[in-house]
Design a protein around this ligand. Structure first.
Ligand SMILES: CCC1=C(C)/C(=C/C2=NC(=C\c3[nH]c(/C=C4\NC(=O)[C@H](C)[C@H]4CC)c(C)c3CCC(=O)O)/C(CCC(=O)O)=C2C)NC1=O
Length: 169
């Protein structure tokens, strides 16, 4: 599992090079957003249950077939599994925000996920929509908390969306 700093150092070490101007700019930009990243993670952390619940309700309003007989989130067990998955996406996004790197999403979340979803008939399109809703809700809550330096906020959500959507046809 890598973060913004360890991945940069690893790259430079592989080439046996000192940190040059590009590296220092990257580090400066990471550290200058550090406090906001931690604040955003704190906002997510203290509202996680509500965010997941509301995001789920919004998803099921938009795609009601999911919770009707024959839908993949139909039955209490599968409904709960769906919300649990949303909670995974939110929690790992909060880690990735602090790490400033998406490597942990590859290692802990996305690896093998498409295959699992395909074998269980979990539809990718609505899952992607669920992650989008999480992203929108987090953006709103972080803004409401008065955190303004938030250019980094969408990255982990967009990364999961892109990786899950890829080859989904
Ligand atoms: C931390 C990394 C991690 C992830 C991401 C993860 C996902 C994950 N979701 C699963 C199931 C599931 N995932 C869903 C999710 C949904 N169904 C829908 O219709 C919606 C679109 C969607 C919710 C947004 C459902 C319903 C199941 C149960 C499917 C079944 O057992 O039939 C399973 C199969 C095993 C299980 O049920 O626990 C895994 C591994 N597990 C992990 O350890």
């Amino acid at each position: 599992m890598r973060d913004a700093v360890t991945s940069l150092i690893e790259n430079y070490d592989l080439k046996g090079r000192y940190l040059d101007r590009d590296a220092l700019d990257t580090l400066k930009s990471y550290f200058s957003t550090g406090v906001s990243r931690v604040q955003a993670a704190a906002v997510i952390n203290s509202n996680a249950a509500g965010i997941v619940r509301q995001a789920g309700s919004r998803l099921f309003e938009e795609v009601p077939e999911l919770i009707r007989p024959g839908g993949n989130a139909y039955t209490t067990r599968r409904y709960a599994a769906c919300l649990r998955d949303m909670d995974y996406y939110l929690r790992y996004a909060s880690y990735a925000l602090v790490a400033g790197n998406t490597n942990l999403l590859d290692e802990r979340v996305l690896e093998g996920l498409r295959e699992t979803y395909n074998s269980l008939g979990v539809p990718i399109g609505p899952t992607v929509r669920g992650i989008q809703i999480l992203k929108e809700m987090v953006a709103a809550q972080v803004a409401e908390a008065g955190i303004t330096d938030t250019g980094f906020l969408d990255q982990p959500f967009d990364y999961m969306i892109r990786e899950l959507s890829e080859t989904s046809l």
